[in-house]
Design a binder for this molecule. Structure first.
Ligand code: NAD
Length: 238
């Protein structure tokens, strides 16, 4: 994927909560995915070696479940802001769904990979398989014959796209955090050092010190997004 991150003024960092109103489960809340699955069995470095079939089944289920989901108002408003402001805004998400893409948002950085994509374990070649089951879509890498895996960053694996996040938060002037518990990517330091900051979640998280944020909105993302969009427009001077 070619990503364009060009010293953005505003960084929008989202997590599972922004897609909750599209009917996609979050991870850590009640009835979230981790209530029904064990992380170490299907989302840990090495799980493809010791638990391959169940791991692939798990991501097949999530991928197929995406097909009938639709982006919500929050994804759409962010896509619109990105259309208006271009490189002044960077959109980065921890989500592996394709809601931003389907909302027409361009240049989204998916920090933890994408459900729709498979990656060759040998040569890293990627293939978009839409909403298919992995073994139905493709058995081996078309380029080198290697075995394919979900293009997801498992816990304990390196996350190459973090480079874009690190770069963007060093130069931006405003950070907007939407729908993340802050347990995988910490956001406190961002709020501490970036001049303007907005936090939107449903409820406080024990991994986030909300006093560090200039504005805190504890409400659904679809309800908070208009106020967030107005603040961004005001900040960028339109
Ligand atoms: P999390 O489950 O840890 O936290 C979800 C957060 O969203 C909570 O703070 C909650 O208050 C908030 N929230 C819930 N509903 C909301 C709503 N309607 N509006 C606004 N906020 C809402 O999620 P996380 O921090 O993103 O966890 C990180 C990991 O979860 C990431 O690695 C990501 O890859 C993965 N994940 C992705 C998806 C997806 O692609 N949609 C789904 C589940 C998990």
């Amino acid at each position: 994927m070619k990503v364009i991150i060009n010293e953005p003024k505003v960084v929008i960092l989202s997590g599972a909560g922004i897609s909750a109103e599209s009917g996609i489960s979050t991870f850590r809340e009640e009835n979230g995915l981790w209530d029904n699955h064990k992380i170490e069995e299907i989302c840990m470095a090495g799980c493809l070696d010791y638990n391959r079939d169940a791991t692939i089944d798990f991501y097949d289920g999530l991928r197929m479940g995406l097909k009938d989901k639709k982006p919500n108002r929050a994804h759409k408003r962010i896509a619109e802001l990105k259309r208006i402001f271009g490189d002044d805004i960077a959109v980065l998400t921890q989500n592996i769904d394709d809601m931003f893409e389907r909302a027409g948002c361009r240049d989204v950085v998916q920090l933890h990979g994408s459900l729709r994509s498979l990656r060759c374990e040998n040569c890293q070649e990627k293939v978009d398989i839409g909403y298919e089951k992995q073994d139905v879509a493709i058995k081996q890498c078309r380029k080198c014959g290697g075995s394919m895996r979900p293009d997801i960053v498992f816990f304990g694996e390196s996350a190459p796209m973090y480079e874009y996040l690190n770069e963007a938060v060093q130069t931006c002037e405003m950070i907007v955090v939407i729908g993340t518990s802050g347990k995988v990517i910490g956001v406190n330091t961002m709020a501490m050092f970036i001049e303007n900051s907005i936090l939107n979640n449903l409820a406080p998280s024990d991994a986030i010190d909300d006093k560090l944020f200039k504005k805190v909105l504890y409400k659904k993302a679809t309800r908070a997004i208009d106020e967030i969009a107005e603040d961004i427009k005001k900040y960028l001077g339109k």
